[in-house]
Design a protein around this ligand. Sequence first.
Ligand SMILES: CC(C)(COP(=O)(O)OP(=O)(O)OC[C@H]1O[C@@H](n2cnc3c(N)ncnc32)[C@H](O)[C@@H]1OP(=O)(O)O)[C@@H](O)C(=O)NCCC(=O)NCCS
Length: 176
Amino acid sequence: MTIEGKKIYLSSITYDDTDSIIEWRNKEFVREQFIYRELFTRDTHINWMKKMVETGKVIQFIICLKENNKKIGSVYLRDIDAENRKCEFGIFIGEEDCIGCGYGREAAELICSYAFEKLGMYKVFLRVLSDNIRAQKSYKKSGFEVEGKSVADIWIDGRPIDVIFMAKFKENKKQG
Ligand SMILES: CC(C)(COP(=O)(O)OP(=O)(O)OC[C@H]1O[C@@H](n2cnc3c(N)ncnc32)[C@H](O)[C@@H]1OP(=O)(O)O)[C@@H](O)C(=O)NCCC(=O)NCCS
C-alpha cells in the first residue's frame, strides 16, 4: 500500500527494509530519543514483523522522498485498539540530512489521516521524551496537542526523565 503526500509518500514496510530499519534505529541520534533503547538486531526486527506487522497489530510504513524515491525512515501505528478507537504513533527518520525538513510533520499528518479515515480511529496518541524539543515541535505542527506529563517516568543514564503525552483527534477535537 502507498499513501501519497506532497514531498513524501508512505510505502508499506516489507522484509526487504530490514537492513535499513536496523541501521536507522540503531543510530545514536535516533536510539537516544526512544524509551525502548535496546539495540535492534535482525532477529528482534524479524520477530516484530512476524508478530506485530503481519498480524495487523502494527501498521508500519517506510517514509520515501518523492523527488528520488530515497527511503529515509519509518512511521507506524501500534496498539491499535478498535474498541476504544485509539492507537499509538511512532516515527523515526534515520537519514541525518533529512532531519528538520518537514518530512516528519508530513508523515505524521498522512498516517493520522489514514488512522482516522481507514482504520476508524478517533484518537492517535504518542509519548515523547521531554527534552526532545524537535520532535515536539514537529508533532505540534502536525496537529498533536499536549495531554499531560509523567514526571520521572523513566531513568536514562542515571537521571529521571519526564515523558510527555500528546494526542491528535479526528476532526480536531479540542480537549477539556
Ligand atoms: C522527530 C522527527 C520524526 C521529526 O521529524 P523532522 O522532519 O525532523 O521534523 P520537522 O521538520 O517536521 O519539524 C522539526 C521542527 O523542529 C525544529 N528543529 C529542528 N532541529 C531542532 C533542534 N535541534 N532543536 C529544536 N528544534 C529543532 C525545526 O525547525 C522544526 O520546527 P519549525 O518548523 O517550527 O522550524 C525526526 O527529527 C526524527 O526522527 N528524529 C530522531 C528520532 C526521534 O526523535 N523520533 C521520535 C521519538 S518520540
